[in-house]
Ligand binder design. Structure first.
Ligand code: 2P0
Length: 336
C-alpha cells in the first residue's frame, strides 16, 4: 500500500482563491453517522483514501455545531462544548492544522467553537461530524463556494468517515481511484425509511486502548484475514443498497451485522490482537440473537469499540425498550 504523492495542502490549494475574504462569522451543523458497511483500511494515509466503499445512516439532529468568528486578541481560540482547549491538546492541534490548510500563511486569527450534542451516554465518535461541520463552517466563513463533492473530499482529509457526514439519511462513500482523491467522495441515497430506528447501547465509557485509526493501520498491516475484506465489503455494499431500495429490513440488518462481525474478525486476527468487545458486548449480542430466534427483527452493528448499535423498526420499539432500558433511540428520518 503506497501513499499518494500529493499532500492535503496541495490538493486543497487548487480550489482556493489566492487571497481569502472573510465573513463576520459562520456556523454549520453536521450529523454523526453509523456505517452499515464499514470503512476499514486505507490505500493512502495522507488523504484518508479507503480500500473499500462504505455506506452509512446519519443520526438526524445528533452531531456537531461549529461556529467560526474573528478572534479579538490576535490568537486562535479553540473551544469544545463551551470550554477553551489547551493549545497543546490533540483536539486543538487537529482543528488548527485543518484550518491552516485553508488559511495558509494568511494571518486571520479565529475563534473556532464546536459543540457536540451527541449524548455522552451514547459512546459515539465525534470526529466524523466534527470535521464535516468544520469544513462547512470554513466554506461559509471564507466564502469559498465549494461544491458538495469538494466539501466531502476535504472533510475526508480530516477523518475518513467525515466524508459521509456532509449528507443526511443513507449515504454512500465511493472509494474512488484518483491519486488526488477527488473522486473518493460521498453522496446521498434518495431513500427515506421513516420506521428505521437505531438503538445506542453503551456498555463502557472507558477510553478505548487503541483508537480506530491505529486499529485500522494495525489490522491492514498484520491480519491475514484482511485480504478478504475489500471484496466482502464491495459485495455487502451492493446487498445493502438493494435491501434499502426494497425496504427489506431483515436483508439490510443481516448484511449490516455480518459486515460488522467480519470487520471485527479482521481486528481479532491482527497482531497484537485487537479485541474491542467486552463481556457485556457479547452478552448484548447473545440477547439480540435470542430475540431474533423468537421472531423479533433486530440486528446490531459495532464500530472500533465495545458499544453496540441496534437496528430495528418502529414496530419492535416498545419490546426492545423493555429489553434494553439503557438504550438511547434515534429515528434518523423523523424530525425532532
Ligand atoms: C466507519 N470507522 O465506517 C468505520 C467503522 C470505525 C469502524 O470510520 O483515520 O475516525 O480518521 O479516517 O473515520 C472510524 O475511523 O478514521 C471509522 P480516520 P475514522 O464508520
Amino acid at each position: 500500500m503506497s501513499d499518494t504523492l500529493q499532500t492535503k495542502a496541495q490538493v486543497i490549494n487548487q480550489f482556493l482563491p489566492e487571497k481569502l475574504t472573510t465573513k463576520h462569522s459562520a456556523e454549520a451543523f453536521a450529523p454523526s453517522n453509523i456505517a452499515l458497511c464499514k470503512y476499514w483500511g486505507k490505500r493512502a494515509t495522507e488523504l484518508n483514501l479507503p480500500t473499500n466503499s462504505s455506506l452509512s445512516i446519519s443520526l438526524g439532529h445528533l452531531g456537531s455545531h461549529t461556529r467560526i468568528s474573528h478572534s479579538e486578541n490576535g490568537a486562535d481560540v479553540v473551544k469544545l462544548n463551551n470550554r477553551t482547549q489547551d493549545e497543546q491538546s490533540s483536539f486543538c492541534r487537529k482543528v488548527i492544522a485543518f484550518i491552516n490548510l485553508f488559511r495558509r500563511d494568511q494571518s486571520i486569527p479565529l475563534v473556532i467553537d464546536t459543540r457536540n450534542n451527541i449524548p455522552t451516554a451514547a459512546g459515539l465518535a465525534s470526529s466524523a461530524s466534527g470535521f464535516a461541520a468544520l469544513v462547512l463552517a470554513i466554506n461559509d466563513f471564507f466564502e469559498l463556494r465549494l461544491t458538495k463533492v469538494q466539501l466531502s473530499a476535504f472533510a475526508r482529509m480530516g477523518s475518513g468517515s467525515a466524508s459521509r457526514a456532509i449528507y443526511t439519511g443513507f449515504v454512500r462513500w465511493d472509494m474512488g481511484k484518483q491519486e488526488d482523491g477527488m473522486d473518493s467522495v460521498a453522496s446521498q441515497l434518495d431513500f427515506q425509511w421513516d420506521d428505521f430506528c437505531i438503538g445506542l447501547i453503551k456498555v463502557s465509557s472507558a477510553k478505548k486502548p487503541v483508537d480506530s485509526r491505529s486499529g485500522m493501520d494495525r489490522t491492514t498491516a498484520t491480519s491475514s484475514l484482511y485480504q478478504n475484506w475489500p471484496a466482502q465489503a464491495a459485495a455487502d455494499l451492493i446487498t445493502l443498497q438493494k435491501a434499502i431500495e426494497n425496504r427489506d429490513f431483515s436483508a439490510m440488518g443481516a448484511c449490516a451485522e455480518q459486515n460488522a462481525m467480519s470487520m471485527h474478525a479482521t481486528m481479532i486476527s491482527a497482531w497484537p490482537p485487537l479485541v474491542y468487545w467486552l463481556p457485556e458486548s457479547l452478552a448484548v449480542m447473545q440477547r439480540v440473537w435470542q430475540l431474533r430466534e423468537s421472531g423479533i427483527a433486530v440486528y446490531f452493528t459495532m464500530d472500533a469499540g465495545p458499544n453496540l448499535k441496534l437496528l430495528f423498526e418502529e414496530s419492535s420499539r416498545k419490546l426492545l425498550e423493555t429489553e434494553f432500558p439503557q438504550m438511547d433511540i434515534i429515528q434518523p428520518f423523523k424530525s425532532h
